[in-house]
Design a protein around this ligand. Sequence first.
Ligand code: SAM
Length: 382
Amino acid sequence: MNEALIIADKPLILHRHPRRKNETLQAWDSADEYLINHFNENELGKYVAEDGQLLIINDGFGALSCYFNDIERTVVSDSFLSVSSIKLNMQRNHCTPETLLIQDSLQELPTNAKVVLIKVPKTLAFLEYQLQQLSAVIDKDTIIVAAGKVDAIHKSTLALFEKYIGTTKTSLAKKKSRLIFSLPDQNEIPETEVAITWEIERLEWKIHNHANVFSRNHLDIGGRYLMDNLPEGDFTKVVDLGCGNGVVGMAAAEAYPEAQITFIDESYMAVDSARINMLKNFEEERSDNTRFVVNNGLVGFKARSYDLILCNPPFHQQHTITDHIAWSMFNDAHFCLAINGELVIVGNRHLDYQDKLDRIFGNCELIAENKKFVVLRAVKYD
Ligand code: SAM
């Protein structure tokens, strides 16, 4: 697998983080290359005057952050994995940390960006949130160029650029990617509330969802099945691993009133939604016995410290479908569970998590099944 990105004689060694044995996927894509080449050919660097800066939105693994090392820049991401990759690739390529500011997607954007490079995110709602945020800090001279895979750029994508930025055109496709050029000439920018709230009637919960939260429009049916099949027991330290909007952890907060619940997700927006949802739907006292952590799974957590870990595992990373995150979450869970602690997961029947759990824990029991999902339990015995 090629790890060296070379553009205009500038070599970078880039890895995806977390690093996997026999990785087959590169840490950049043709949309990154297209953006960098466009920036160089049009000498966009000269627009980033002394008091201005480059704004990079959704850099996947650090290709853009590292390449533009000589320019004052802010990079914005909703992903802990992306932020970790950016930091590690910056170190690997001896980049100067002083010229880069990393922000999460809940923070306000800088007001002095002269050039903005955007990698089009997977979900339209998140793009809408980001373009709306951007529209509040740009002026008519700001240069905005976005890029994405051809099959990820639809009419609806371009319509959002028209709605929040202004006149929008696209480039020819190169290596299956396309650029989007958007001129800030839209004078009537609508104020749309992109975060949404819906109810789980049975429980009378109001569920807040920031723009980039998994299953933001409705309760995920896998999550619901897990909530309906929580194990019985006097659990005291529980984790909702990959918490999204936090519904599974909230069900645990109700089922185990004395337990401390830790909500973990790699999306800043997810963890913030879970925090808001606990506050909104539970008494203050219950809500006090909770922790909210943005992290890659349970990496860095103490061994043998939890007695129940609940998980509705992710099946993709950014645009790529993969089961490696589920694998590492199950391994992390095995490490962090106390003896006799339980990992309880929900998964699509066809994903065969049973085999994975068997291999890691040496046991796996089917707790519930329907046409689509299984709920499985593995116990840590050693
Ligand atoms: N628990 C929620 C539910 O049931 O609706 C969300 C489940 S969703 C299938 C999986 C979640 O895992 C997503 O919110 C995703 O952001 C999160 N995730 C993906 N990779 C992760 C990682 N490495 N560490 C922690 N969370 C991760």
